[in-house]
Design a protein around this ligand. Sequence first.
Ligand SMILES: [Zn+2]
Length: 170
Amino acid sequence: MRCPYCGHDDQRVLDSRPARDGEAVRRRRECTGCGRRFTTFEEPERPRLFVVKRGGSREEFDREKLMHSLVVACRRRPVSVPEMRQAAERVERHLFDLCVPEVPSRTVGDRVMRELFAIDPVAFVRFASVYQDFSSLDEFTSLVERVRAAQVHGTSVDRVLDPHNRLLLG
Ligand SMILES: [Zn+2]
């Protein structure tokens, strides 16, 4: 970086120490051009991810909101809070590992459904019926039948999520 006094771009680091409760590093530098000293702070960039909703609006990914939707789906089901928390963390990690600035909301919903499918069939059906915006009993019945078939035959979650086997991308 450039010296704030003379603009020279090389310094010696004299001292590095934790700052802001360990959230940052403070470095004391000495410009090799003019010899004057200055201080820099270095801190990790907070990862940010935006979710693009169906209508096209964006909101920042919110871990607590994700956790809340899992809690609602798992209400009165034999799923512990740590299990839900771990599922939420797996969803979050998957999304951040995509290394993109924004993801469609269906990508989030798809990951949540995959987690719930592995955890509890009732929670899965609850979440899927809300998330996929079911408007008829037929849709609901069809999903329940696919879940039941999957449990009997060990079908993959992909066939349950998408009976027509379209590719789930995004
Ligand atoms: Zn300088």
